[in-house]
Ligand binder design. Sequence first.
Ligand SMILES: Cc1cc2nc3c(=O)[nH]c(=O)nc-3n(C[C@H](O)[C@H](O)[C@H](O)COP(=O)(O)O)c2cc1C
Ligand code: SF4
Length: 471
Amino acid sequence: MSTFLLATEPIVSLDAYLASDVGGSGVRRAHELGPMATIDVVSRSGLRGRGGGGFPTGQKWAGIASQTGGRRYLVCNGAEGEPGTFKDRALLRANPYQLVEGAAIAAFAIGAEEAFICLKASFRREIDAVTRAVQELQTAGICGDCKVTIVAGPDEYLFGEEKAMLEVIEGNEPLPRWLPPYLHGLFATAPQLGWQSHDNETGSTRDGAGSNPTLVNNVETLSNIPHILARGAEWFRSMGTAESPGTVVITVVGDVVAPDVGEVEMGTSLRAVIDAVGSGLVAERSVKAVFSGVANAVVTASDLDVPVSYEGFQAIGSGLGSAGFIVYDDTTCMVDAAYRVSRFLSIESCGQCPPCKLGSSAITEHLERIETGVANEGDLAAITGWLGHVTDGSRCFLAMEEQIVVTSILRAFPEEFTEHIEFGRCPRPRRLPIPKLIDLAGGCAVYDDSFWRKQPDWTYAPDGGSAEHRS
Ligand SMILES: Cc1cc2nc3c(=O)[nH]c(=O)nc-3n(C[C@H](O)[C@H](O)[C@H](O)COP(=O)(O)O)c2cc1C
Ligand code: SF4
């Protein structure tokens, strides 16, 4: 069986889930094995985190389980803020039970006191689905004694960044803290970071007794867990590639016939994925560029046969990210694409690290000048200068995303930048969307157009029109 996460018919009741060949068996198996052997199965399966980084899941669990530092917590990351990505919401619509069972297994394996499932407050339908699944599984005694709390978070991109997500759970704004969740977990004693005139602060609201190592895993990562426990590590490894076992749930949006979400085996070519999941491009058009979210280098037409796997994307100098592919056809202006991605990142930057906010904003302004035909070579030099510093002293990966994406577009399409400067205009005028997805169903993607009113301080300019854009 090469697809198992995205059920063809949505599973909307506990009875239907328990009637499937996995429902409830994963957690039963974990309890038979005990925590350490459960982690061993996950490690041997080769599962890698589907939230963007591809970190080995078993290794992450073992790291948390081996720590002694107060209490332990589990956080499920369902913020899904990456432009071009809808797979976590598709999974929650198709089968919220496998996620909750996966969270129960993870909490058992690391000895967590409590689990938090974090979704954006705007994901109403998915919050309802997961709330019902938690209640039903708890009533049936399948979650064990682990308390599960659902957190409805803000719309900001940074909510999905794990260090910011812990802040939100604690009732604060989504501003990334310094240390990763395994070192500075939920409700932990704040670590001393130097230049402090006081002793350690006690935990923010609850325990106040240690670093409280916290495991953060993505919705898709945890959804895989019951299947792996129920069917075994070898079964999981029989799919995909040696370095990226299993399947991957992919979103394809942009210049395709029918944007959609689909599950494929790791190692399938990007070209085949665009055809199978997005129904290809319209006649006469060809692919110019593909972005995997906004965190990885652009993939050009010459690399379309790249296998969709962590090592495949790494080999072409890019990254798989959360496998949300934004396809641009040959009518696209790549300067405009660079400007819009850069604007997104500069607006979403929180400004705790000045080079990130100032640099990404300056790069965006210069890109806009090039796109609108009022720039000169000095603008290109200024962009290059800022790209060298935008990541200075950064607390999170967002600044690196700016550096990676803009640099990659400059390298792959240098002639488009000089063309704009020479001719003093854009040769391919066309308003590109930023595919921040509100909905994706039936071949129709709904983008959040209110994003264009969002300002650098995260307030919104008054509405001058529709908040949605359909593609
Ligand atoms: C700016 C930013 C936004 C992120 N947004 C998400 C997100 O929406 N969902 C997600 O699962 N991970 C997101 N991540 C990655 C998380 O920080 C974290 O690595 C991930 O949830 C770990 O889960 P995994 O090991 O299962 O992949 C984001 C990272 C950054 C830097
Ligand atoms: S790198 Fe940017 S987004 Fe991340 S914490 Fe610093 S200022 Fe905020």
